[in-house]
Design a protein around this ligand. Structure first.
Ligand code: PHE
Length: 447
């Protein structure tokens, strides 16, 4: 048995964990769900969820991974006992990894396609109408979507194949700083757009007009998705941490990075939306309609759009590798099969599952389960059920089963105030808040 791989140092870990957290959730999903929920008030609820529920659960997951030095199912057995019922959390997490990565890779494929179109200058030759129908046309083209979905999945597999240090750590070290640099550049660029002030106002003024109970549920679900919580990605990454490393501060840093990136992406996208008088509530196509518009409208717009889609593909890739790693780490450890074989087999299965999502916008568009296409079903089922349910039990496991000793270790010593706060959140605040939300969600969906 070879020794477990570990991150080289704290920075490497912070980059990898932020790489997992920062992804399509921040740059594609957060702006569009903010838009469909009317802005300001939605953002505030999302921020509250991150602080009160997200960060404590992040700490809990890191602790579970770090102290057990095991992947997602076995970690619960090591910390509790063999055949502990808690290990069902792990099974749920593995299922979520398959489902999320399957549609995530399809969206990653759209991003690659838009980067390609930007590079060849396709948008330069087009009218506004043509640009805004690009995504719709791609939806109608199953072959093209499957091709890009394949390329995205192949990139993910080729990184995970190389293992923790040579694959995950190395690529996060390149892609994450690149992403941050590009995002800061775009943020500076957006300041001079006419719609910049309006964008800030839209995101940060407390406007409850368009907020519905469904919007509140969406904010809670999204806070799990955006921090990669509730399915074991952070447990798995935590299991590659040395045992002595204190983790609470790291969790806060990652939470801040993730939130900052989401807000910055929102500012940039809505600045473009308001500059050209577009519709903030356009839904999933928002990012794909707004950014290419810069091409025809503004002098250096082409370069800006190229950089933007490159940034999004970096973000998507550093998250997709963490999703795949959850499954690969489990299989490799449990079945003692070589990493190469496991990664490729898992990649192929997830690619096939993802075909259902890629075909949801064309061949299978009329095939619906509970009124949802496969794409929407996988997206909603994971962020509104799997992740919150997983998160709820992880919080309880940490709070009730492991208790104050674990909090003490996670905080790196005796810090009674913080420790009590963490226990409060893990034992009561997170389970009760998330529990109410899940029950309410079930009521709304199945009444
Ligand atoms: N956090 C990622 C994002 O915001 C998605 C993700 C979810 C990654 C769950 C891993 C686990 O895009």
């Amino acid at each position: 048995m070879t020794a477990r791989a570990h991150w080289t140092n704290r920075l490497a870990f912070i980059l990898a964990a932020s790489g997992s957290a920062v992804g399509l959730g921040n740059i594609w999903k957060f702006p569009y769900i903010t838009g469909t929920n009317g802005g300001g008030a939605f953002v505030l609820i999302y921020l509250v969820c991150i602080a009160l529920v997200g960060i404590p659960i992040f700490i809990a997951e890191l602790y579970i991974g770090q102290s057990s030095q095991k992947s997602v199912v076995e970690s619960f057995e090591v910390l509790d006992r063999k055949n502990s019922p808690w290990k069902s959390i792990g099974w749920l997490g593995l299922a979520a990894a398959f489902l999320i990565l399957s549609f995530y890779s399809v969206v990653g494929g759209w991003v690659l396609d838009f980067e390609y179109r930007s590079l060849i200058g396709e948008f330069t030759r087009e009218t506004d109408d043509q640009i805004s129908s690009t995504l719709g046309n791609l939806f109608g083209n199953p072959g093209r979507q499957l091709l890009w979905h394949f390329i995205f999945m192949a990139m993910t597999v080729s990184i995970v194949l190389r293992g923790v240090k040579e694959g995950l750590e190395k690529w996060n070290k390149i892609l994450m700083p690149g992403l941050i640099l590009m995002l800061v550049g775009l943020l500076v660029y957006s300041v001079q757009l006419d719609g910049f002030m309006q964008s800030l106002k839209y995101l940060f003024s407390f406007n409850t007009d368009a907020l519905t109970p469904a919007g509140v549920l969406e904010a809670v679900g999204h806070s799990f998705f955006t921090l990669s919580l509730g399915m074991g990605a952070i447990i798995t990454y935590g299991s590659y941490l040395q045992k002595r490393e204190a983790i609470a501060r790291t969790a806060i840093v990652v939470g801040l990075v993730d939130t900052a990136v989401a807000l910055a992406a929102g500012v940039v996208i809505f600045a473009v939306v308001f500059t050209f008088g577009m519709e903030p509530g356009a839904g999933p196509s928002l990012m794909f309609k707004t950014l290419p518009m810069l091409f025809v409208k503004l002098p250096v717009g082409q370069i800006v759009a190229i950089i933007f889609f490159l940034l999004v593909s970096f973000a998507a890739l550093t998250s997709s590798v963490s999703l795949l790693e959850v499954v690969v780490a489990y299989w490799e450890e449990k079945k003692k099969i070589s990493r190469k074989v496991v990664t490729i087999v898992t990649g192929v299965i997830i690619y096939a599952l993802g075909m259902l999502s890629a075909l949801s916008t064309n061949v299978l568009s009329d095939f619906k389960i509970m009124g949802l296409t496969f794409f929407d079903l996988f997206d909603k089922a994971t962020s509104q059920y799997f992740l919150p349910i997983g998160g709820l039990f992880i919080a309880m496991f940490f709070g009730w089963k492991l208790g104050p000793e674990a909090a003490k270790h996670a905080l790196g010593g005796n810090r009674p105030g913080f420790s009590a706060g963490l226990m409060w959140s893990a034992r009561l605040v997170a389970p009760i808040a998330v529990g109410i939300i899940i029950i309410y969600k079930i009521y709304m969906d199945f009444q």
